[in-house]
Design a protein. Structure first.
Lengths: 394, 120
């Protein structure tokens, strides 16, 4: 596993930040009415060494690449094993409008300060291309562009390829950053962002009745998904078992989720069914929990329906790291894996009045060793995805 | 800043090399591992930096081996012929290049400087 997040990039930093209630939320200079959660002290070259193609990587892709290299390093795979590994990468659009575009007026290019191949900073497979080049990965691969469900779907597709015997091992993940004037503008115009005069560290509260939108985040993560036989044969350290995955599309609007969560539920039920589990088996739900009015209402309603009569604990990791767009699935999975290792899970920060009081939201960091975790991620365009993992018991 | 310094700065930036390790005698491809994609970028930067219209084939000696493979067009003196094709290179440099050909791609940093000076 490889992780870069504003909550920390290794278990020790993560636990310290959780216990000290530290987040990096701040107001960006390009729009102080909003808030962002930057990853401080990230420098791609620390992870790649000399790498001339770095000029073609937007910041999100930098995170995806660094996380993949970290995961590959941690996996201790030999080069010949990496060569036949699969690679599944969730990828978001480059929204750095100010930094990447020529000056076009009345249809004429007035000024063009761009590199010859600036288009690489926009192609969805640039992360995969860079990872493949630096890590020598040549197996089956897929770059997934399904908005904020992208990297969970990359994990899900990799899981299926391994489960169905097409691959023995596959790296899956993604990286994203919307921390640019264009990225913030895009979500602000869509009325999806947290806005306010209060301190965002005290008021960004997914699932609270007072929620107003999300804090934009950044980061990346990559996990190695491996068949049990293969992992055992090489003596790999197993972090968890992926048991089931589901995805579905709303077919509703281009942005708002279908209010009942009918197809989000479909994704969740499919993941549970593939895992051979029932709702009552789920100990913890890592929600999509963006803090937008519409997502949280849909998601809380859906959870209440699916888990009626049961009481899984519920958390919202975005309340700590912000919303990482296409990378949220991979990063939230990596954080859950870290938390499993730590035996400590963070609650929903700033949650005072849950919009759905029947649900069992964690409101403070909680020592727990959940056996079964359900992770949910949804995206613009009606993308729904769900993953069921279990802690590993040899 | 003079031409050579600007060229070295651009190369260091594009190829992610320490500028202190680049000099006029450094080979672009043999030493700096420049690929075709990097030469594309370099052309764009030189265009902007020096406000000249860079001809990729000319500046990067891309058609050198094609010229050499056309013996019919070549007059008796290959050096003369090359000077016609690459008017920005000196006779001595052409001689050097022809002798160096068996060892790999011949273009050096100083050739870029000669081209820019000639264009200006």
């Amino acid at each position: 596993m490889g992780l870069f997040s504003s909550l920390g990039s290794d278990p020790e930093a993560i636990v310290e930040n959780i216990l000290k209630d530290r987040v990096t939320f701040e107001r960006p200079v390009y729009d102080p009415t909003t808030a962002v959660s930057p990853v401080h002290d990230f420098n791609l070259k620390d992870h790649t060494g000399r790498f001339k193609d770095a000029r073609y990587l937007n910041r999100g892709v930098e995170f995806a690449l660094a996380a993949a290299l970290k995961a590959i390093n941690a996996s201790k795979l030999r080069p010949d094993q990496c060569e036949r590994a699969g690679l599944f990468v969730g990828s978001g659009p480059n929204m750095d409008l100010g930094g990447e575009c020529p000056d076009i007026r009345d249809g004429q290019i007035v000024q063009d300060p761009l590199p010859a191949l600036f288009l690489l900073r926009f192609l969805p497979n640039t992360a995969a291309s860079a990872i493949s080049r630096l890590a020598g990965i040549h197996g089956e691969n897929l770059s997934v562009g399904s908005a904020c469900a992208a990297s969970m779907m990359a994990v899900g597709e990799a899981f299926r390829k391994v489960k169905d015997g097409y691959l023995d091992l596959a790296f899956a993940g993604g990286g994203d950053s919307r921390l640019s004037p264009g990225g913030i503008l895009a979500y602000k115009k869509a009325q999806a962002l947290w806005q306010g005069i209060e301190d965002p560290r005290q008021t960004y509260a997914p699932f609270d009745v007072c929620r107003t939108g999300f804090v934009a985040g950044e980061g990346g993560a990559s996990v190695l998904i491996e068949s049990l036989d293969h992992a055992k044969a090489r003596g790999a350290r197993i972090l968890a078992e992926i048991c089931g995955y589901g995805s579905a599309m709303d077919g509703y609007t281009m942005t708002a989720p279908e209010p009942q969560g009918t197809w989000a539920e479909h994704a969740v039920q499919h993941a549970l069914s593939e895992a051979g589990l029932n709702p009552g088996d789920v100990d913890l739900i890592s929600t999509h929990g963006t803090g937008t009015v519409l997502n949280d209402r849909m998601e809380a309603g859906m959870i209440q329906r699916v888990f009626k009569g049961h009481s899984p604990k519920i958390t919202a990791l975005k309340s700590w790291i912000g919303h990482l767009a296409s990378a949220c699935g991979a990063v939230e999975l990596a954080l859950c894996l870290s938390c499993l290792e730590l035996g400590l899970f963070p609650g929903v920060r700033n949650l005072v009045e849950p919009l759905n009081p029947e649900l069992h939201f964690l409101k403070a960091p909680t020592s727990m060793n959940p056996r079964t975790i359900l992770l949910e991620n949804f995206g613009f365009g009606g993308q729904n995805s769900a993953l069921v993992i279990q802690s590993w018991k040899p | 800043m003079n031409v050579i310094s600007k060229v070295i700065e651009s190369l260091a930036d594009i190829l992610d090399f320490d500028p202190n390790n680049i000099g006029p005698e450094t080979y672009l491809i043999r030493d700096l591992e420049a690929e075709s994609i990097d030469l594309l970028e370099l052309a764009v930067v030189l265009n902007t930096e020096f406000k000249i219209e860079v001809d990729d084939d000319e500046i990067f000696l891309k058609t050198l081996r094609i010229y050499l493979d056309k013996p019919k067009e070549c007059p008796k003196d290959m050096g003369e012929y090359m000077m016609e094709k690459y008017p920005y290179l000196t006779r001595e440099r052409i001689k050097e290049i022809l002798e160096d050909l068996p060892h790999g791609p011949v273009i050096k940093v100083k050739d870029l400087v000669s081209y820019i000076n000639w264009k200006n």
